[in-house]
Structure formats: structure tokens, C-alpha cells
Design a protein. Sequence first.
Length: 220
Amino acid sequence: DTWKVLDEELGMYVPHIDGKGEVGEEYLADADLPVTLLYTSFYYENFINFGMGPTRQADTDPYGITFPMSDKKLSMVMVEDIGKCACAIFQNESFIGKTVGVSSENLTCEEIASVFSKVCGQKVTYHAVSPEVYASFGFPGAEELTNMFRFFAENEEEYVEYRTIPEKIMADMGSVTKFEDWVEANKSAFSAFVPSNSSPQEDNSSPTDADSLPKCCALQ
């Protein structure tokens, strides 16, 4: 039981994950219903809706993204792809009673930063911080997100594997959206840091203390 491991065994309670796990794997699993559980991934849309996209502390600072993920891959998904996956599941009764994962692409945060740099024409740096530093940022939900990212990073192989779309489902979906294509389609949402020219600007700085790092403001 992946979600019970978070809370009971690892002591890392993540309400927005554990709550779904309690309903899905403890209540629905025992209900006399044709149920398929769906393991989703980190939403691409979090970079827009929850302040996790490239930011900077001051106008003279470089842009960056900050996560406690080290060099581990993060499974991500476009919300629309979740709907396509769910639709495909409804067409395959063989998945009743099973758990299905869904992800659009698995990238390291360094690769994510590179995509932003390429598409938006502004150099974006990945600032890898420890879970302790990330939790100290103090934005609403910082501790919860720290536990979530820590679990993802420490269990990378399992986390990515569980979110691989089954071949039969993928065949019905047709395709998923690559992160670069999503950023390109949503470039206007990142217009605050897209320069007038298209060439990424160089970033020669190396901020090391927590106060100098760009922070997200998730789960407000």
C-alpha cells in the first residue's frame, strides 16, 4: 500500500495523497463496485497554477526553479492526458479491480529547467536543495510538499514504474503530451520572464543560501 507507507512507515504525511489513498485503497477496495484506481503524476499545470514555474527574488536575479529532487526523475502529466487515460480505462473492462498509472513524461528537474530555457528563450537554472531547506521556505504547504518530493526522490524507480501507462491503455489513448510541447502551447502563461529575443540569456550566478533561491507558493 503505497500511501500507507508514506504516513505509517516513513512518517511523511501528505494529506492530498494520503487522503486519496485512504478512500481508494481502503474504502473502495472493499466496496462491491467495479473500480479502477488511477495513480496520477505531478501536473504540468502546477508550474502555472501553484507558482512552481521559473521565478526570481529580484529583477536583477536569474530565473530558476527550486525543488528537493536532487537528480531524480519526476513523473509528470498533463491534466488532459488524465482524462484520455480515464476514457480508455472505461473502454477496457479488463482493468476493473486494478490500479493504472498515468504520466506524460519523466524528467529530472535539470531537464525541466532546460525545456523552459529552450522554449521561452530565457536561461532557467535548477536549484537543487535538501528537503530541510525546502521545508524552511515557509510558504503554505511547504512541509507537505517536502514530504511528497522526498518520497518521490527516495523511491524514484517505484514511483516512475507505477505511473507507466499500460500498453493496452496507451494504444487507446493514442498519444500523450510531451512537456516541451505543453510549455510551447502555454508560453503566454510564462510571459513575465520571456524576453523579446528568442535566445536564452546566460546565468553566471550560483545562489547558495536559502534566502536567495526562488521559491514556489503552492497550496495556498
